[in-house]
Design a protein around this ligand. Structure first.
Ligand code: GDP
Length: 517
């Protein structure tokens, strides 16, 4: 990069017309690999990421920074490697769903004493769909029960053909506890990238993806951008599908101010007008107007893609989603979309990061929505306001409970679904009295039971000819609540049908039925 003088570069930047794309004018090269880590829960993803970070990033460098920015970079043999440190398939999937190809290499972590588990299979699917090179990381090799051979055989069944087993997928045996094998893992990442890495534009206006986004109470909207092409500079004007703005300041993952972020480098940027969505792509523009026009066009498309099918008589449950960071918001949104919509359609009216505030409640009240908050608080004023307006706020810390909670609300909406259940049949054997809209007839219960107050269908020759209601039932002169099969009784029928001897009255009781979504 230092081969290009600043003046030449500035000239080139100007001549590109602002938006990235004139790649021919810029230097092309292999960018450092961006690595994502996937695998079954508890197999050691976090431990591996922690070990790599702690062993490579000197404590003093971190300056006590605890802010989560979603990625970090380490040097192995002087070559940078970027790790996305939000393990989890939902996040990975959500990013891919929004079109961001953020990872170059995947690490498939399998605990050697536990083997292939459901989420390992899921991870394999995700990796194969993403079509990126990957490495099998056999973790927990320090455990006595570790059996690498067995795991490799299991992998064969999943069509993961590892080295030495008829394939080329590298396997590295590690222990995140002792650190054994981690050095080899980092070397293997570089080796794999040497073979598989493709060239990209490493100079000129940046393009990339949003990997984290949140509201910093002191500094406003903050987002971590991962540069995938070119270089990002402080003062650059950027736009995503939903947000634009001029970068006021940039920090690397250690919280150190930087002026330039090179390709594959994650940087925390401040200055955007709102919190962008995780997984959205970003681009650099020469003017704020162009950036805003891009956002307007993209968000219009986004909304069009979101149009729901309101056909049929399905009910609609409006939701407002609030979460701590954009990563979780994205995951919650994906899960909401995945809930069944056969009986109730879920519609997200609004979503954002941060505590539930009064304006959320206002929106919920006017939009008849339920507020779902995930890992955020509810501001006291908003709580009072919600109480006053009758707005429901449901708060969760665990994703499973959140999904169950939404299901329950959906089911409550269906509980009032009225269903008619047939309770019995009565054959008419005598006609006693006929008035306008009312008849007293005698009959025998031939099936089930006949109940007072029941709705009836009047059947003639097995065809329904009308309906009505049974006002009273008597056996001799005694008023009955219900009459059982085999008994004879007199009933007072109210309805529009002229009942004849031989007709059958089918009795229905009206019940509220609990349905599942
Ligand atoms: P994740 O859910 O995949 O992120 O898994 P974690 O990193 O949270 O690890 C789950 C558990 O396994 C924790 O108790 C770790 O301390 C433990 N663990 C992770 N790696 C190793 C390892 O290499 N050896 C041993 N003995 N324990 C490990």
């Amino acid at each position: 990069m230092d081969k290009v003088t600043k003046t030449t570069e500035d000239r080139l930047r100007q001549s590109s017309g602002g938006q990235a794309g004139a790649s021919k004018q810029y230097k092309v090269g292999t960018r450092p690999p961006v690595v994502v880590i996937l695998g079954h829960v508890d197999h050691g993803k976090t431990s591996i990421l922690d070990y790599i970070r702690k062993s490579r990033v000197a404590e003093k460098e971190t300056g006590g920074i605890t802010q989560h920015v979603g990625a970090y970079q380490v040097l192995q043999k002087q070559q940078p490697i970027t790790f996305l440190d939000t393990p989890g398939h939902e996040a990975f999937h959500a990013m891919r769903a929004r079109g961001a190809h953020v990872a170059d290499i995947a690490l498939l972590v399998v605990a050697a004493e536990d083997g292939i588990k459901p989420q390992t299979k899921e991870a394999i699917q995700h990796i194969k769909q993403a079509a990126i090179p990957y490495i099998v990381v056999m973790n927990k090799m320090d455990k006595p029960a570790a059996d690498a051979m067995k795991v490799k055989t299991q992998l064969l069944e999943e069509e993961v053909l590892v080295e030495g087993f008829g394939g080329t997928v590298p396997v590295v045996e590690v222990s995140a506890k002792t650190g054994a094998g981690i050095e080899e893992l980092l070397d293997t990442i570089l080796l794999l990238w040497e073979v598989e890495g493709t060239e990209t534009r490493i100079e000129g206006p940046a393009k990339g993806a949003v990997i984290e986004s949140f509201m910093d109470s002191r500094r406003g909207f903050a987002a971590t951008l991962l540069v995938r092409e070119g270089e990002l500079r402080r003062q650059d004007i950027v736009a995503t599908n939903s947000v634009s703005g001029k970068i006021k300041s940039m920090e690397d993952f250690l919280g150190r101010a930087v002026d330039v972020a090179s390709t594959s480098m994650p940087v925390l940027v401040l200055g955007l007008q709102d919190a962008p969505e995780v997984g959205d792509k970003f681009e650099v523009f020469s003017t704020l107007e162009e950036a805003q026009a891009y956002t307007a066009e993209k968000s219009k498309k986004d909304q069009e893609g979101d149009v729901l099918d309101f056909s049929g008589d399905r009910k609609v449950l409006n939701l407002i989603l609030k979460a701590d960071v954009h990563g979780s918001l994205e995951a919650v949104h994906e899960l909401v979309r995945a809930l069944p919509s056969e009986h109730v359609i879920l519609r997200v009216l609004f979503e954002n990061v941060g505590d539930v505030n009064e304006s959320d409640v206002k929106l919920a009240s006017s939009g008849k929505a339920v507020i779902i908050s995930f890992r955020v608080g509810v501001m006291p004023a908003a709580q009072n306001f919600a109480h006053q307006m009758g707005v429901t706020i449901l708060s969760y810390d665990i994703i499973y409970n959140l999904v169950q909670g939404i299901r329950e609300v959906m089911e409550e909406m269906l509980i009032n679904e009225i269903v008619e259940v047939e309770t019995g049949k009565l054959r008419v054997i005598a006609l006693f009295r006929t008035e306008k809209n009312r008849m007293i007839v005698g009959g025998r219960v031939i099936e089930g039971e006949a109940k007072r107050g029941a709705h009836v269908s009047v059947m003639r020759n097995e065809e329904k000819i009308g309906e009505g209601k049974i006002i009273r039932i008597k056996i001799q002169d005694k008023d009955m609540e219900k009459v059982n099969k085999g008994d004879e009784c007199g009933v007072l029928y109210e309805g529009g049908v002229r009942i004849e001897v031989g007709d059958v009255l089918e009795f229905f009781s009206v019940e509220k039925k609990k349905m599942t979504v």
